[in-house]
Design a protein around this ligand. Sequence first.
Ligand code: SF4
Length: 327
Amino acid sequence: MKLFEYARASHASDAVGLVAGHRGGAFIGGGTELTNLMKDGVLTPDLVVDVNGLDLSGIGISKGRLHIGATARMGDVADHPVVRERFPVLSEALLASASPQIRNRATIGGNLMQRTRCWYFRDTGSACNKRKPGSGCPAIAGQNRWHAIHGGSEHCIAVHPSDLAVALSALDATVLTLGPDGRRSLPLGDFYRLPGSAPHRETALRHGELITGVQIPQSRLAAGSRYLKLRDRASFEFALVSVAAALTRDRGVVRDVRLAFGGIATRPWRSPEAEDALRGRPLNRATIAAAGRALVEGAQPREHNAFKIELVQRALADVLEKLGGLE
Ligand code: SF4
């Protein structure tokens, strides 16, 4: 591992100032992601600023919104009674994300900043446009079983890895930040970027900008939400496909619905087309199948991942049937 300096901040503005003033600076929370990437030589910051001492670990409802601080631990959020009762999709996504040991250590902010599990990205002996811009994307013609069928470009088809981000996407969450230019609130849909020609730029964050928390509107929709994750092994693995679904119905007709997907796209993937196929219609096997077809319309499967087209439709059907009591 390359040598680096370590600093511990006690105020968010100090942490921002330290990283913003240092070209190779990075924030560290639980460290479950950053230290792995540093050990593998994928990331080589020369200053690491510890944010665990900041007052950013709160979890609670205020003014009709759930607020979760950036340094709240995944396990504490997953087990929080308000989250479990009123935002079940968040709890389910966090429980499906990682082992208990990781959940006890990893933070919400760090979870949102996870890097892709594309093996070429994590192997410094491989070319990779995301790690080394302009070097190429061996996944497109190589091993791409885990890769995206939506949102890719000729420069990158890596899948976004965070289950939590998928659940937050379905709940129309906002990411709160503090940067050198002040505070910002970024809707989750604007937070993650598509790879386009610059896959190394993954979020709307500027250098030195720190995630301070997330906010989620409280609603009937959030209370009726579920998360399903399908993966190669149930104990601990990243998603092949995942579905976050939230819906409300009046007299059997879908009044409102939010659908977000993981494991199939280069960022948490909302599907307005699939939502439109359900909204204002009865929830039954025919409308669920129509939503699934709308979801995969325009998908771009590669040599090894075409199975995701059927798998994600089956996962969507499973979640919606459970939510609708159709099993
Ligand atoms: Fe790198 Fe993206 Fe290609 Fe993977 S898919 S090798 S992360 S550029």
